[in-house]
Write a protein that binds this ligand. Structure first.
Ligand code: SF4
Length: 106
């Protein structure tokens, strides 16, 4: 069964050819509808174990953060974990801009 990731990854860049999850036959990376919480947590941990041995984890994670990819496990991060990283990046960027403005006005 082709996964959402197979379809999405076709458009993401040259790194996808090395992705360990190209054939996600176990369906680890995207949630089926109405997945119970315990099953989701278990599936996501299994997906993260696959990501941990993937040679393109860094590229994949950055793609999913920048795009951003709203669903699924990418680069060892769940969608919720990516939202935390994105929020942290936005705060850091805002702080840099604020500091730069103060220095320029100084
Ligand atoms: S890091 Fe994970 S989600 Fe990304 S390509 Fe590798 S196995 Fe797939």
């Amino acid at each position: 069964m082709p996964s959402q990731r197979m379809h999405a990854r076709e458009q993401v860049g040259p790194w996808h050819s090395e992705a360990v999850c190209r054939r996600d036959e176990a369906g680890l990376f995207f949630a089926p509808s109405k997945e119970p919480t315990a099953a989701r947590l278990s599936r996501e941990e299994a997906a993260k174990r696959v990501c941990a041995r993937c040679p393109v984890m860094v590229e994949c994670q950055e793609h999913a953060l920048v795009q951003p990819e709203p669903y699924g496990v990418w680069g060892g991060l769940t969608a919720a974990e990516r939202r935390v990283v994105q929020a942290r990046r936005r705060r850091r960027e805002a702080e840099i801009q604020r500091t730069t403005r103060i220095a320029a006005a100084g």
